[in-house]
Design a protein around this ligand. Structure first.
Ligand SMILES: [Zn+2]
Length: 219
């Protein structure tokens, strides 16, 4: 648990350390946990920024999200995206076909809309462009993140995602699914292939199909 202390206390602590008083003694004298003393000594009293804690129900990034950009990005993520847990953060990666620079641009714009404070990355590889972004809020935004491949896991949309992507903005959502081949039939089956190349968003399609507008459109 992070506890705020006065800068005066921090200064006093550092002055005592400088005169050689043992850290445990200082901790007892100032009524501070010895781990806190050690951390402040290690950082010269500079406080580490408090890491934001998001729960399953509250996330300031999610609450302020550009909903149209999110709906599109969710479609892209369910089709061709994945989230990697790095040592200090999370990275979203969306595999884009370099033949469609317009889609790459649209994916990058959507990420900017969803995480405006974060830098959007585009890594060019021989046959794919990985569009991505680092953020600690990615699991809040895409709770479908979990171990294993998306198309081997059961994928369900959370109620707030259904509200944005199906009730409010099905257009951008379906566009994202189509752009990422998440929708079966969105891409012609290569000659001689018995199965479509990939239909990773199939799990999500059932609730999509059952939604009133999908029934109306005979999706
Ligand atoms: Zn969050």
């Amino acid at each position: 648990m992070y506890v705020h202390h006065d800068q005066a206390v921090v200064d006093r602590l550092l002055a005592l350390v400088a005169t050689g008083v043992p850290k445990l003694t200082i901790a007892n004298d100032l009524g501070i946990n010895v781990k806190t003393v050690r951390r402040w000594v290690a950082t010269d009293g500079i406080r580490q920024p408090r890491r934001e804690q998001c729960s399953g129900t509250t996330c300031r990034v999610r609450e302020a999200v550009d909903r149209a950009a999110y709906a599109y990005l969710l479609g892209m993520y369910l089709g061709d995206g994945h989230i990697v847990h790095t040592r200090r953060s999370f990275r979203l990666e969306i595999a884009c076909d370099p033949k469609y620079p317009g889609i790459i641009e649209e994916a990058m714009d959507a990420i900017r809309g969803v995480l405006p404070a974060n830098r959007v990355l585009a890594r060019v590889r021989p046959h794919v462009v990985m569009v991505g972004v680092y953020s600690n809020h990615l699991p809040c935004l895409f709770p479908q993140h979990g171990p294993g491949l998306k198309h081997t896991r059961s994928i369900a949309l959370e109620p707030w995602q259904t509200e944005i992507a199906l009730d409010e903005l099905p257009g951008p959502f379906i566009r994202g699914l189509i752009h990422s081949d998440g929708l079966p039939g969105a891409q012609p089956r290569p000659r001689g292939e018995r199965q479509p190349v990939r239909v990773p968003a199939l799990h999500v399609l059932e609730p999509v199909r059952r939604h009133p507008w999908a029934v109306r459109c005979r999706l």
